[in-house]
Design a protein around this ligand. Sequence first.
Ligand SMILES: Nc1nc2c(c(=O)[nH]1)N[C@H]1C(S)=C(S)[C@@H](COP(=O)(O)OP(=O)(O)OC[C@H]3O[C@@H](n4cnc5c(=O)[nH]c(N)nc54)[C@H](O)[C@@H]3O)O[C@H]1N2
Ligand SMILES: Nc1nc2c(c(=O)[nH]1)N[C@H]1C(S)=C(S)[C@@H](COP(=O)(O)OP(=O)(O)OC[C@H]3O[C@@H](n4cnc5c(=O)[nH]c(N)nc54)[C@H](O)[C@@H]3O)O[C@H]1N2
Ligand code: SF4
Ligand SMILES: [Mo]
Length: 687
Amino acid sequence: MSDELKVFGACPLDCPDGCSWVVTVRDGRAVGLRGNPDHPYTRGALCTKVNRWLERANSPDRILHPLRRVGRKGEGRFERISWDEALDEIADRLGRITRDHGGEAVWPYWGTGTLGYIQGLEGAAGRRFFNVLGASAHRADICSAAGNYGLLCTIGSPGGMDPEDLAHARLILLWGTNPLTSGHHVWKFVQAARREGARVVAIDPVATRTARQADEHLAPLPGTDAALALGLLNVVVGLGAHDEEYIERHTLGWPEFRERIEAFPPERAARITGVPEEKIVALGELVARTRPTAIRATQGLQRHGGGAETLRTLACIPGVTGDWGRLGGGLTFSTSGHVKLNRAALFRDDLRPGPVRRLSMSRLGENLLELDDPPVMALFVIAANPAASAPHQNKVRRGLAREDLFTVVLEQFPTDTTDYADIVLPATMQHEHADLHEGYGHLYLTWNEPAVAPPGECLPTTETFRRLARRMGLTEPGLYDSDERLAEQALASDHPWMTGITLDRLRKEGFVRMAVPAPFLPYAEKFPTPSGRLEFRSRRAEALGLDPVAGYTPPGEVTDPERARRYPLALVSAAPHHFLNTQFGDNAELRRRSGGPTVRLHPDDAAARGLSSGQRVRVANERGAFEAVLLVTDEVRPGVAATSKGHWPKLSGGANANAVVDDRATDAGVGPVFHDTRVEVSASPAP
Ligand SMILES: Nc1nc2c(c(=O)[nH]1)N[C@H]1C(S)=C(S)[C@@H](COP(=O)(O)OP(=O)(O)OC[C@H]3O[C@@H](n4cnc5c(=O)[nH]c(N)nc54)[C@H](O)[C@@H]3O)O[C@H]1N2
Ligand SMILES: Nc1nc2c(c(=O)[nH]1)N[C@H]1C(S)=C(S)[C@@H](COP(=O)(O)OP(=O)(O)OC[C@H]3O[C@@H](n4cnc5c(=O)[nH]c(N)nc54)[C@H](O)[C@@H]3O)O[C@H]1N2
Ligand code: SF4
Ligand SMILES: [Mo]
């Protein structure tokens, strides 16, 4: 009988659920992979996408060897080369570029292909190497930056409440979030609250899978949520339901914020958001009388010109009602802020020869095309697919196509981005390497033990950079630490919430809950703001260029009347159910189930354009265009077009939704504005 092994691991994907998984290994081969039944958040279940993990790992498309480009940039024609040749060529080019242009001409561009602290997420893999070179620093701002900055202003931390405590709420506002698609494990806590009588309200321009399961659904115009929040608070204050004692003891700037609330009667909020006034009044009354109320807001909500201000103002709601002090009350966005790993020891930014510039990943195209002094001459793309994921796709492609740019892509699959690489290096997948994970939707750390040997010549990102460092003759010992040693350094934190969490224990148990107090009420006594209070008025906000007092900042494009005349539809390109960003976007079965790229329009908007369901359409503005199949449905509010991210341009007629998305920045945090995009939809000229 063959030996069978069970190996603990972690899903590496950019998903709040951070699942713990168990790999079954027989004769050195992974034959099964399932959710860990003992993990309180995973509870044995993975998802539609990751249930196909091993199928993906064994796909004939997998990149197994180093490759060198033989065709034009973007063409995707390569020849196989040896690791020695690849490392020699990279070491030689890097040496010349740093000598001629300085270290900052090198840009390590990390995506969120894996959120591992060792292999990805700006983690240890490569970061120390690039620090020693004095490379430009990478600003990982493509996902949550705006919201993080907004929450920092109001409550001093992006951490928020523990999503598990949604079970204790009596009213749950699912605000700009679609958990049944983008992180379904939170749903059992929502349902637990419902069993105790809680009401669930979804706030989303689209009647998503989640909104359709809610008790109530409000559909605002994208980017106008802060006006809605102020309208709701106007009702709360009008009813005298604000908690004066709490406000007095725990907040700063109430008189000014109260004035702002008074300037947003429901009728004004209705005009801005497009939500009927009576619905705003009804929800305001519900918030006024329901303690505790919990808000689950995730990234979708902050992909707008006013995204930071939106989260900032939403976090004020539980400051007015006192719910930040109650179990089951408050707001949850991303629990990352509660993870107290020793990032300084892991990243070793002290290895930089001096201060370096920071480059925003959300402005990849512009940075490649317009930066000077020095220009970016070498780009390392690590666990990222920016030719599909980054805003302003045509600009990104022009940047990646620069003949004088040396591009190295570390990848598992032949993406639209590898097509632009000079050298492609084959990367391991999660069950083939070691890593340490958080979940940005829960409070557990998870260890991922390698379960099988890598296929072909694939290497973990850490090992790739150890070899490259050796090839370049770099002597800094920190460049050669093993993966386990890196994990130990990250875990060596003296924060009380990290007490007792060691690599040995993680290896044995698979996952460990952070040593947070129970019940978890991180802001009951004190907020981690400069004043120790929840700040309706914030110096930090002022320093960031925001209004000192929380309020409503209109999105840049959606509410611009001039643009609205030219491009009448506000496009939202949200999380696809069957892919995780672009991963699995090449899986034949999941593509079939997704129905390919679609765009949904309200019947009135389709009729006004003479368009009907099932027809091929072109979604366009002056930045670019993509093709999709039209679905006419009242699931979308009038004035909005709904599509999804993640489709591979080269499998979808050459472009995806990012062809029409701008690369301007959010109000704070330099975030992207994916859902703040105006377009027109017309019949496709293509046959
Ligand atoms: N299946 C799947 N899961 C994923 C992902 C995926 O690609 N596929 N992506 C992962 C990643 S990287 C992230 S960051 C998270 C994101 O997870 P979510 O935060 O859920 O992100 P989105 O799907 O972008 O947006 C959520 C909802 O917000 C709505 N929305 C957009 N703009 C607004 C607005 O202005 N106001 C309001 N009220 N609603 C708005 C959209 O219609 C959408 O239904 O999901 C992760 N999970
Ligand atoms: N229109 C629109 N665009 C969006 C969004 C949106 O809402 N709308 N959301 C944005 C968001 S929230 C995010 S987070 C970004 C994500 O965008 P990306 O960072 O591009 O994320 P992915 O598509 O998940 O993965 C990128 C690549 O990483 C590779 N990869 C995975 N694991 C590893 C590994 O261990 N090593 C190496 N070397 N490679 C690996 C995968 O094969 C994949 O091709 O997309 C953004 N793009
Ligand atoms: S994508 Fe999310 S839900 Fe699916 S397995 Fe990974 S962490 Fe879990
Ligand atoms: Mo993300």
